[in-house]
Design a protein around this ligand. Structure first.
Ligand code: FAD
Length: 368
């Protein structure tokens, strides 16, 4: 029911304006608030904090609806499945009450700022510094590639509270940007895909934040907190992958049944049939694996290694399958008016963010 409701909302409220958002290279706040009013923000947060009291299964239904409808740039899944859970899991009661209801309504738009110009895969190399000064932190540093970076007004910042301690000196600090002097947004970065999703540099120049904005009871917990949340982050990317895989197959099957060449429909060629048979099989394997990961995650047993397998394998499959589907469209597949063209551009980053697929393989290999 939630999937149907989300699909309807996205098709009716977001779909008709999606081209405008792609051109503007960002969404508007009103869409976020409408999504909040429709119950699509913080679906898995407890009701006492303004959420809908659901689980990752509900978040998965929403994330899949986004990709099935084809509005992949609407950044609510990161807000729901990555930003809000940090506050729920590590926030104090006071922090949860302060931030979660406003994230659920769309008054606050969430982002997580880990990556820096000099630290992506190697997050231990983060240079952003949070220095204690009385009951405040002074934040200095710059972040890049931050999803929702132009719109976000609640940013979880990964910073070093004790640089001498390396990973153990890393902490997560919440910055409410509306009232943060010294906070600046850089460019809305010019990407090859996911155009409607704003991705930005963020700068912190002596930004003062209350020490009460630290997530967790003490400093130095940031790396452990990041590691604990990785399985869900990777599973979310896998959800986006399997949903786009299914949409790409559906639009391609429709297309080859219509298009004619050499007096036959493109689906009548054995090459088309074999190619689609292979892709459908792989998509089915992907769906079964994804659903199994969700079942394990709901039972609390999804380990980082399996989540890394899902992220790497499904996003590799996504890129391969979308490429093959584009090929079956011929020249029309290269035209932006055909959905497969946008899928081709949007898919590529899935192998890069959330930990690159090479890093996923490192994690898997370490477990052998
Ligand atoms: C559209 C988009 C949205 C993003 N959103 C966010 C966000 O919201 N928040 C955020 O914090 N970050 C975000 N990122 C950043 C993203 O997580 C990083 O780009 C990613 O982790 C890779 O880091 P990097 O770009 O510095 O690449 P690098 O770490 O420089 O990697 C370059 C290449 O080297 C490979 N490599 C690196 N280390 C190893 C190794 N040990 N073994 C083998 N190969 C290796 C990588 O796999 C890659 O192929 C986003 C990025 C993009 C493009």
């Amino acid at each position: 029911m939630l999937y149907d409701m989300a699909s309807r909302f996205l098709a009716e409220e977001i779909g008709p304006r999606y081209e405008d958002f792609e051109k503007a290279e960002m969404f508007d706040r009103a869409s976020w608030q409408k999504a909040g009013a429709a119950g699509l923000l913080c679906a898995s947060m407890p009701e006492e904090y303004g959420g809908a009291g659901g689980t990752f299964a509900h978040e998965s239904a929403i994330a899949e609806a986004i990709s099935h409808v084809g509005v992949d740039g609407f950044g609510i899944a990161l807000h729901n499945c990555i930003v809000a859970p940090y506050i729920l899991h590590y926030g104090s009661e006071e922090q949860k009450k302060r931030w979660l209801p406003r994230l659920a309504s769309g008054e606050l738009i969430g982002a997580i700022a880990m990556s820096e110009p000099g630290a992506g895969s190697d997050l231990q190399g983060v240079k952003t510094r949070a220095e204690k000064d009385g009951n405040q932190y002074r934040l200095n540093g710059s972040k890049t590639f931050i999803t929702n970076g132009q719109l976000a007004n609640l940013v979880i910042v990964v910073a070093k509270t004790d640089p001498a301690q390396g990973a153990k000196g890393t902490s997560l600090i919440i910055v409410e940007t509306d009232e943060a002097e010294g906070f600046e947004r850089g460019r809305n970065l010019d990407k090859i895909g996911l155009k409607s999703n704003d991705t930005s540099e963020l700068f912190f120049n002596d930004v003062r934040v209350p020490t009460a904005n630290l997530l967790g009871h003490e400093e130095g917990q940031g790396f452990v907190q990041l590691m604990q949340q990785l399985p869900q982050e990777r599973l979310l990317i896998a959800a986006q992958a399997i949903a786009m895989i299914e949409r790409a197959l559906a639009v391609t099957v429709d297309y080859v049944k219509e298009r004619k060449a050499f007096g036959a429909k493109v689906i009548d060629f054995q090459n088309t049939q074999f190619k689609l048979a292979e892709l459908k099989t792989e998509a089915t394997i992907g769906r079964v694996f994804y659903n199994d990961c969700v079942t394990r995650h709901l039972a609390g047993g999804l380990d980082t290694v399996t989540a890394s397998m899902a992220k790497y394998w499904l996003t590799d499959l996504q890129c391969k399958l979308v490429d093959e589907c584009l090929q079956l469209h011929g020249g029309y597949g290269y035209m932006n008016e055909y959905p497969i063209a946008r899928m081709y551009r949007d898919a590529r980053v899935q192998r890069i963010y959330g930990g690159t697929n090479e890093i996923m393989k490192l994690v898997i290999a370490r477990s052998l």
